[in-house]
Write a protein that binds this ligand. Sequence first.
Ligand SMILES: *Cc1c(COP(=O)(O)O)cnc(C)c1O
Length: 373
Amino acid sequence: MIDFASLATEGVRGLTPYEPGKPVEELERELGITDSVKLASNENPLGPSPRALEAARAAEPGIGFYPDGHGYALREALARHLDVDPAWIVLGNGSNDVLDLVARAFLGPGRSAAFSQYAFAVYPIATQAVGARARVAPALPPDHPEQPYGHDLEALRAAVAADTRVVFIANPNNPTGTWVGREALRAFLESLPPEVICVVDEAYAEYVEEPDYPHAMDWLDAFPTLIVTRTFSKIYGLAGLRVGYGVSRPEVADLLNRVRQPFNVNSLAQAAAGAALEDEVHVLRSRKLNREGLEQLAEGLWALDLQWIPSIGNFLTVDVGREAAPVYEALLRLGVIVRPLANYGLPNHLRVTVGTKAQNARFLESMALVLGQ
Ligand SMILES: *Cc1c(COP(=O)(O)O)cnc(C)c1O
């Protein structure tokens, strides 16, 4: 009998796979319901821009061919959009892919990555998968007046050791929705040793309206080892196509490209993403819907006497004041799918994505029912 686990590398043996939510169809079949709402994965309730859909359809006849391995047109479009040179952009199969490229290029046995407690779950997976060690900095305390559970950049700086080669900062962070401000992030970047790559993961940047939010993209000239990652999965509504990108100095981009699969971004995704960038109205509409939804959820949760972590993303993490798993299950039976966070070390919290007005209302009504109010 083969001990299959022993065949894997040490890092892989210790991994637990990322738990994605169940597909809606599967859940509905299991529960015998039909009109569920999925508020579990921070997708845009408006979906993609019609222009993106049209571009994907127009690209269909080409799917017998390999995609453009350099993503020439999309990188050009992004370069214009971001006002950087195309050589600074690395495309990924989702920004998750870019995070993996960072790990493969800069981490390995004998090296470590530093990130915060409650940080996005992909960082520990990417780190451990390549045999590197994770150095987890304690988060700000739950009773912190502004950023409960947020990244503590002083603690994160202290976690950077001699073997640390990568720091991951999610701004805002998922699942907490917390964020780091301009001064604090700048001081942190200035304090890092020159051999440390700092990834600032801005998956939700396009949603942010907070004036003190630092768009780290503006600092690429000042900090040569900075990599900013963004995605088309969130505000652009293209999560199913898998496309994201990293922006960094070309010397860093070149290293990432060395470990990148040549055809990592498919042709439909490249076409749709390029068209999505052009539809500024869809982005504005999505941002507005999100702002109104955050207010609606906050008011509703307030009325239910529940606490939540202040968020600048398209989701809210709610303290249900008791073990959240049964609440999650009960919501499911009412057809409301949210995200339990026990695997993040937050067993009393649920993360809910901001939906349409009707979806948010449905979530709040269901919470009231489940909590018996
Ligand atoms: C959703 C998310 C991503 C990106 O996901 P992709 O779909 O792979 O682009 C990256 N970072 C954070 C913090 C996220 O929440």
